[in-house]
Design a protein around this ligand. Structure first.
Ligand code: TMP
Length: 217
C-alpha cells in the first residue's frame, strides 16, 4: 500500500462535464475504500472562494491576462499549501477540478499568447516548485456545446460565474487547442477523454485509466 496519495487533475473547457466525472470517480474510489477529497481551482479554500468571486464574476476586462495569472497562482499556492499537500501527505487521493493547465489553456492560449510562456513557467516554479499531478484527465468537447451548457447552468445562479464564458467562441476554440497541445507535450501525464461520449462511457474510461495507472482492482 502506498504511503502518499495521488493528485489527479480534471481539465477542459467550460461545460465539458469534467466536474460530473470528478464526482463519479470520487464515489467510485470511496466504494473501493480509497480515502479521497474533491477540490477545485479557483476556490478550493476559504481564501480561494474570495479569489474565485473576483475571478469568475463581473466584467470580462476588469483584469488583463497578467493580473489573472497572478490571481490564479495566488489561489493555487494557498490551495496547495493549506489543503492539497497536507492531504497527500496523509495518504488521501486528491481530485482537483482544474489546476495549472487551465492557466496555460486560458491565460496563454485563450489570450492568443499575449502573456509570454516563460512568465507562466516562472510563476509555476515560484508557487508550485517541482510538484505536478500524477495524472491529468483532459475533457475535450466542441466549445459551442460546452458554452451553451455553461450559460444554461448560469441561468439559475444569483451571481453569474460566466466571466470567461463571455470571451466568445474564438477564445474558447483557442483554449481547446491549447489543452490538446498540453496533452501532446506531456503524454505520460495527460490523457484526453472524448467528452461528447455519454456520462457512463466516460466514467468507464476514467475508471479503466485509473485502475491501470494506480493498480486498483
Ligand atoms: P470552473 O467554472 O470550472 O469552476 O472554473 C472557473 C473559471 O476559471 C473557468 O472559466 C476557467 C477559469 N480558469 C482560468 O481562466 N485559469 C485558471 O488557472 C483556472 C484554474 C480557471
Amino acid at each position: 500500500m502506498q504511503n502518499k496519495g495521488y493528485f489527479i487533475t480534471f481539465e477542459g473547457g467550460d461545460g465539458t462535464g469534467k466536474s460530473t466525472q470528478l464526482r463519479l470517480l470520487s464515489e467510485y474510489l470511496s466504494q473501493k475504500g480509497v480515502a479521497n477529497t474533491m477540490t477545485k481551482e479557483p476556490g478550493g479554500t476559504e481564501v480561494g472562494q474570495e479569489l474565485r468571486q473576483l475571478l469568475v464574476t463581473g466584467d470580462k476586462d476588469k483584469f488583463d491576462a497578467v493580473a489573472e495569472c497572478l490571481l490564479y497562482y495566488a489561489d493555487r499556492r494557498v490551495h496547495l499549501a493549506s489543503k492539497v499537500w497536507p492531504l497527500l501527505e496523509q495518504g488521501a487521493w486528491v481530485l482537483s477540478d482544474r489546476f495549472a493547465d487551465s492557466t496555460v489553456a486560458y491565460q496563454y492560449y485563450g489570450y492568443d499568447k499575449k502573456v509570454p510562456y516563460e512568465t507562466l513557467a516562472d510563476l509555476y516554479k515560484i508557487a508550485v516548485g517541482d510538484f505536478k499531478p500524477d495524472l491529468t484527465l483532459i475533457f475535450d468537447l466542441d466549445p459551442e456545446i460546452g458554452l451553451a451548457r455553461s450559460f444554461k447552468k448560469a441561468e439559475g445562479m444569483a451571481v453569474k460565474e460566466t466571466r470567461h464564458e463571455s470571451r466568445g467562441l474564438e477564445f474558447h476554440k483557442r483554449l481547446r487547442q491549447g489543452f490538446l497541445e498540453i496533452a501532446k507535450k506531456e503524454p505520460e501525464r495527460c490523457v484526453v477523454i472524448d467528452a461528447s461520449k455519454s456520462i457512463e462511457e466516460q466514467h468507464k474510461e476514467v475508471v479503466k485509466i485509473i485502475s491501470e495507472r494506480f493498480g486498483l482492482s
